[in-house]
Design a protein around this ligand. Sequence first.
Ligand code: MG
Length: 501
Amino acid sequence: MEKLITHPIIKELLDRYKIIWSLSHVASLAHWDLQTYMPKQGATARGEALSKVASLSQKLFLDNDFVSLIEKAERESGLNEYERAIIRLLKRALKYYQKLPKEFIEEFTKVTNQARVVWEEAKEKSEFSIFEPYLQKIIELCRKKAEYLGYKEHPYDALLDDYEEGLTTKEAEEFFNSIKERIISLVKYIKNSPRFKHEHPLEHESYEVEAMKQFIKKLLDYIHHNPENLRIDSAAHPFSMAVGPGDHRITTRYLGKDFKNTYSSTIHEYGHALYDMQCHNDLCYTPIWGGSSLIIHESQSRFWENLIGRSKEFMNLFYKEIHKTGIPDKHTLEDFYEYLNLVRPSPIRTEADEVTYHLHILIRFEIEKEIMEGKINARDIPEIWKNKYKSYLGIEPKNHKEGSLQDVHWSEGMIGYFPTYSFGTALSIMWKNSLERDIGKITELIKTKEGVAQVKEWLRNKIHQYGSTFIFKDLVRKICGEDFNAKYLLNYLETKYKNIY
Ligand code: MG
């Protein structure tokens, strides 16, 4: 097969980049271990080692010869789109290192490391006041970060772009404004339906953990045909990690009841892993290997979690197996379908259903935007949080733990990350429509292993093989033939849930 990377200057650049790649490879493994099997007391030493590895990588990036080589390559004509993308991503990393002063990065790291620990305690005790001074410090640092990085229209642009290349406040605002009223009224419609339930009996059914592990293995065997490049472990917070080509790892957790936690997060993380796994081999060891767009990544995990995992057709393949985990067989396929698609306003984002999920993100987006406009400070957040939940979801958090202390993101300095969750979910519906135009209905295809392979092949050809070659907006235009928009998400949610409720 024709090689994707051919230009000598890019090959030279990649040769030098390989050491940076190697550092990030071993750092990923150290991170994975930290989140799965490392004894707790190893945390300090691991933190120390990882921060040194990060500084070393920064030093290599800023090496004069390396920078000149990037600049020389940039002036080169006749690069193909993969080669240009490699330069684009190297320049992006360089911009980050060049624009943020070393002292700033050190302070940001120090504050967020402390804040992360304080946040855990504050959440545990449900006391906002413990976290407030740290959050205020993070807010100030994020405002500074935006000034250092620079922006055209809105300081929040700088932070959004940091997580999603090219995403602007204006685009995020347009998206959230277009979904706000229709999702709020869909939630009202559902709450007024005679079929509305505050809870489902399957939430309370317990299962045997070992049997559930066997079940999850069977499920993965069905959708993934190569056990040699993927492993699954347990972790407190499920995640997916591409350690390197041929080495993909996902985690899930087993709570002993309410099995949809384990079921959905496994399929979700598998969707993330598959994206990296099906990247073109020629892109290995380059900065564009695997996905760097959080929106495209989330579109893949949501595609599998919602469009496949939550479908009746997929559940039909597995629900009898679930009975073997100790969940009583009185529960029918209809029960499982209802359980997986139960819509109910609740205070916790990570437990939210497909419909109310976007309101959780919308609330965080509105707060973050005003933080960056200087209109909101840390002390204002709990009150604003409460009012927004009341007005959009019709509920009030009982305490700070299920209010503004629930998410880890802000404690880690991640302001600007949340919008990618909603965008990614909306994008998954656009992929679904394109795929169905090309090869037929997903819910029919997934009834057989061959059909699953066809779905994966479509994703590989249209999305995965490119890795990070395209920014999300360009990839959407290329594959879907139109700009990213919220229309299909809204149609999908209204059609599906007005049918269920
Ligand atoms: Mg995800």
